[in-house]
Design a protein around this ligand. Structure first.
Ligand code: ADP
Ligand code: MG
Length: 706
């Protein structure tokens, strides 16, 4: 048992528990906690602590934990906030190693509470205790040897293989009740409250190694350490699915709208990127959280995406088909033998094609026949059985037919008894025999698709973190000028130099300050060329008419030069610095960038670029650092990826080069945390084998001292 496990073992498997602040008053949380421990059948010893009662719940009570004659492994603290430090101090003295502090009134109420919380933290550190909370609703371990319901939830949990972590206590109560209602059983439960000591990350690592836990559910309001979460979740999701509900918006810092990247990073991209990167299945509601939990808990993962639908009504069959396809599943093409068998045995009005419609008077026997036929079919990976509750036949009989057939196959089978929920006999019949059943086909389809996604995720390669040889010194030099002058924005030339130091190819560029220098530079580079005016006040040069493309000769260069100077002066800007570039042809415009998020750290962006990027918004975000496979999947993740593969006979673009530069960019921003934004737009990608070139780059530093 490693240290990590033993730290949480104190919380989840204590041999004895003191309930500090246990009350005789039934209406109090502190009564409920003791009551739950006792009635759920906690296997260890319980000591109520209350200075004003000699017994509570027929159990002998003690005035202080120090008065308990035996060892106490864990204490549940439910005293008012002002007494918490004292009782926790006593716990320390007594040698109590685990604490669950339910009491509220800490950092969640503001500065006064935050002070108290800091004192509580140092106290538990001093005594080497493990603490869940404060401001939480407790913990549960349904394991037979422990049987601990240390919460104030009104209904006891069912035993199962799902473990659930919540950051909201109030929601926790509702969730426990809902889980029970739909027959979802729990292994472990923890409400973390203010996560002063035990964090979500630590708990996930504990659940990773917990043999009773097969599925992990999370309700997250904010990430403590998102970068650590990625590392842990990436590993855990390869063994156990993590299904997460994330509420609230990310605390993305106020962004200078200097870059395209910054402008496109909406409030939720960090969370989205993070979950995608580590294979966490994200849901949008509590309902969906449990829909998925039920499917994952009761059924094996589908081998593929081909689904057959068996129904007794046409409408729901079509709805299910739409939903399945919408969630990325495929309608299975039944084999000719299956179709023939069905045709032969089903009534004439029935449909023997997928979705298979058994029509309204279908009974258990007809369902049984169709289900068996479909499950025998090698073209079918999963089965969705729909029943609109019949008037004439017995629905329990149908439910029985479903689970009975399901037992004989290792294919995924889920059902929807339309409008039938927890209280219906058909629902109970199914769920008790490990077939998930949903109110509507759409929930069933979504859950099935999530399982298919997870199955694909299990097979996906996570890749390696590559380290490239770069010129760090050169990069530092490129960054220094701005710092020295108190600028946050790098000059164009500095930005290009920075990228060059990290191995980026730059289109040939010369900085010039007047027309003579410009013509000389053009001769050196060779026509056609591009002329750009650069100016500290100009962010997007095109908007200022400061870019002239495809200049063929000196005459054109002169007239473009004049036009740019005039244009800028009409806006009150004096053009003093220009860039002369080779006119790059034959590449596709992509955008590559980074936006430093206060919470998530550097977020890398990739998409098809050019001046329309904000309109098209076809970009993918990932958290840095990233693996080579992250980079490849990021590129494949944009909607317009087929354009990079080449359409209408075009050669494919150099995607491997793009992937390499995404990683170089990631390495650069990991090396220099003072970089707040990078925007390479366009980053031209040429045909495969011919690489990429930076045309235009913008770099912004974080405010000094941040
Ligand atoms: P900004 O983004 O500040 O408006 P850019 O330097 O990106 O200015 O130029 C605007 C557009 O002009 C680019 O998106 C690209 O399409 C084109 N362009 C700029 N420089 C070159 C070049 N050297 N070769 C080819 N096209 C270029
Ligand atoms: Mg640009």
């Amino acid at each position: 048992m490693n240290l990590m496990t033993s730290r949480l073992e104190r919380i989840f498997s204590p041999g004895s528990i003191a309930v500090i602040g246990a009350s005789r008053n039934r209406r109090k949380v502190s009564w409920e906690v003791l009551h739950n421990l006792v009635t759920y059948g906690y296997q260890g010893r319980v000591y109520p602590i209350n200075p004003h009662a000699s017994s509570i719940h027929s159990i002998r009570a003690y005035p202080s934990v120090l008065d308990v004659p035996d060892d106490v492994d864990m204490a549940i603290v439910v005293v008012p906030a002002r007494h918490v430090l004292q009782v926790v101090g006593e716990c320390g003295q007594k040698g109590v190693k685990g604490l669950v502090v339910i009491t509220a009134g800490f950092s969640e109420i503001g500065p006064a509470g935050a002070g108290l919380e800091a004192e509580l933290h140092s106290l538990i550190m001093k005594h080497g205790m493990t603490m869940v909370g404060p401001n939480c609703m407790g913990v549960i371990n349904t394991h037979d040897g422990v049987q601990m319901d240390a919460t104030f939830a009104p209904v006891p949990p069912l035993k199962g293989d799902i473990s659930f972590m919540t950051q909201s206590g109030a929601l926790g109560v509702a969730i426990l009740e809902h889980a029970r209602n739909i027959g979802v059983g729990l292994a472990k439960f923890a409400s973390l409250g203010n996560s002063v000591d035990v964090s979500g990350n630590e708990l996930i690592e504990y659940l990773e190694n917990d043999p009773e836990t097969r599925i992990i559910l999370l309700y997250i309001e904010s990430f403590g350490d998102p970068r650590k979460f990625v590392k842990i979740a990436r590993r855990v999701t390869k063994v156990k699915p993590i299904i997460a509900l994330k509420s609230g918006r990310t605390e993305a810092g106020a962004r200078a709208a200097v870059s395209h990247t910054g402008a496109m990073a909406g409030p939720d991209v960090g969370t989205q990127a993070l979950f995608e990167q580590c294979g966490v299945l994200r849901v949008g509601s509590i309902q969906e959280l449990f829909d998925l939990a039920m499917a994952f808990s009761l059924q094996p993962l589908p081998r593929g995406r081909r689904v057959a639908v068996v129904t007794n009504a046409g409408g729901p069959g079509i709805m299910a088909t739409d939903a399945l396809v919408g969630y990325g599943m495929e309608m299975a093409q039944l084999s000719p033998e299956t179709t023939a068998l069905l045709k032969e045995n089903l009534p004439e009005e029935a449909s023997a094609n997928n979705p298979i419609d058994l029509i309204a008077d279908a009974d258990g026997a007809r369902y049984r026949l169709a289900i068996k036929a479909v499950l025998e079919d090698g073209n079918v990976d999963a089965l969705l059985v729909i029943t609109v509750p019949p008037i004439v036949t017995d629905e329990v009989d149908i439910a029985r037919a479903i689970w009975d057939c399901a037992r004989d196959y290792d294919k995924t089978i889920i059902s929807s008894f339309v409008t039938r929920t927890k209280d219906s006999p058909a629902f109970m019949e199914l769920v008790n025999h490990r077939v998930p059943s949903y109110l509507f086909p759409e929930s069933a389809a979504r859950s099935l698709a999530a399982m298919a996604t997870y199955r694909e995720y299990l097979k996906r390669e996570e890749g390696e973190f590559q380290v490239f040889e770069v010129d760090r010194k050169g990069a530092r030099k490129a960054l220094m000028g701005a710092r020295k002058e108190g600028r946050r924005r790098l000059r164009e030339t500095e930005a290009l130099a920075l990228l060059e130091a990290y191995g980026f190819d730059i289109v040939r560029t010369k900085t010039v300050s007047d027309l003579d220098e410009a013509t000389a530079a053009a001769d050196e580079i060779g026509y056609p060329v591009v002329l750009k005016a650069v100016h500290p006040e100009i962010v997007h040069k095109t908007e200022y008419g400061a870019v002239a493309l495809d200049i063929r000769n000196e005459k054109e260069l002169r007239s473009q030069y004049d036009a740019i100077v005039k244009g800028l002066s009409s806006r009150g800007l004096e053009a003093r610095e220009f860039m002369l570039q080779e006119f790059a042809r034959g590449g596709k415009e992509t955008i590559m960038g980074m936006n430093l998020d206060r919470k998530f750290g550097p977020m890398i962006v990739f998409g098809l670029g050019g001046i329309y990027v904000e309109v098209l918004k076809d970009v993918v975000f990932r958290l840095s650092p990233m693996t080579d496979m992250d980079a490849v999947r990021m590129i494949e993740g944009i909607r317009s990826y087929p354009i990079l593969e080449g359409v209408r006979g075009e050669p494919p673009s150099d995607v491997p080069a793009l992937a390499e530069f995404l990683q170089r960019l990631s390495q650069m921003v990991e090396d220099f945390h003072e970089i707040a934004e990078v925007d390479i737009n366009p980053f031209l990608v040429f045909e495969r084998g011919k690489g990429c070139k930076v045309v235009d780059a913008r770099v912004l530093l974080a405010p000094e001292g941040s």
